[in-house]
Design a protein around this ligand. Structure first.
Ligand SMILES: [Fe+2]
Ligand SMILES: [Fe+2]
Length: 267
């Protein structure tokens, strides 16, 4: 099976990129399943039921998140009611929402016969990030649980430090099909498949306006670095790209066969 993971969708331009580019990518790569990180989909900070519906309607099957999870209070509704929306699994146990889920592949048209399930897991790093529970052992336990239901497991690891991301993915090598990083908004060029069969990319990049600083207007960010004073960071507008990765997974073994970066501009 083939899945597309879409890096952090930033604001309206990011949502538009998914809407406009996903049909073409679906055809081009014969995609069976689409996962997207939506933590910046509402005005660049957080996610609401409205932006989630927009992303699902564009053809995304599962939305993951990260440290911007709490930026919009309406997220509580998603955490309570939307099974296709995931938050990092390493919050304390009482936190609403789910860190993983198992989903049926809905999209026919591939060579898959019979029902096929995909597990998606979302975890968050701790280096230069708000403190959460240790994601390493939690993710390993979660992967073991998920493997009883399906061998096809995708992990969005929302983290800052490349060392933490690589170590996390190496630790899970052979236990999951793929680990792709998010959060830095800068796509890395280190896509590879580890010896145990886990596909890896340190960061998928972001989906939104790239004439920007990580999706925000350039000037206020420079001013903040110059003065140290707080600024309003509006979502930028131009050079809109969809960033992510296509991963091909062997249905029977759950091992990755191929990983390919995607960086596609709105025409
Ligand atoms: Fe982000
Ligand atoms: Fe983030």
């Amino acid at each position: 099976m083939k899945l597309l993971f879409i890096g952090d969708i930033v604001g309206q331009p990011g949502r538009r990129a998914v809407k406009e580019l996903l049909p073409k990518l679906r055809k081009q790569h014969a995609l069976d399943f689409v996962i997207a990180n939506g933590e910046n989909s509402a005005g660049g900070s957080g996610i609401t039921p409205k932006t989630a519906v927009e992303i699902f309607s564009a053809g995304v099957d599962v939305i993951t998140s990260g440290d911007h999870l709490w930026d919009q209070k309406e997220v509580m509704e998603l955490l309570a009611n939307e099974k296709r929306f995931l938050r990092p699994l390493n919050y304390p146990p009482e936190t609403p929402g789910h860190g993983s889920g198992v989903f049926e592949v809905q999209n026919p048209g591939s060579k898959i016969q019979g029902p096929l399930s995909v597990a998606v897991m979302n975890a968050q790093g701790r280096t230069f990030m708000p403190p959460l529970e240790n994601p390493f052992l939690l993710a390993l336990d979660e992967a073991k649980r998920l493997r009883e239901r399906t061998k096809i497991i995708f992990v969005d690891f929302h983290a800052e430090a490349t060392s933490e991301k690589i170590a996390f993915a190496r630790f899970l090598d052979g236990q999951v099909s793929a680990v792709v990083g998010t959060h830095t908004h800068v796509q890395t060029a280190d896509e590879q498949i580890f010896p145990g069969g886990t596909a890896y990319l340190s960061d998928a990049g972001f989906t939104g306006p790239h004439e920007s600083v990580l999706g925000r207007e350039i000037e206020p960010v420079i001013k903040r670095f110059l003065t140290g004073m707080p600024q309003r960071f509006e979502v930028a507008k131009d050079r809109v790209f969809l960033n992510g990765a296509v991963i091909e997974i062997d249905d029977a073994s759950g091992k990755a066969v191929k990983i390919q970066r995607v960086s596609e501009a709105i025409p």
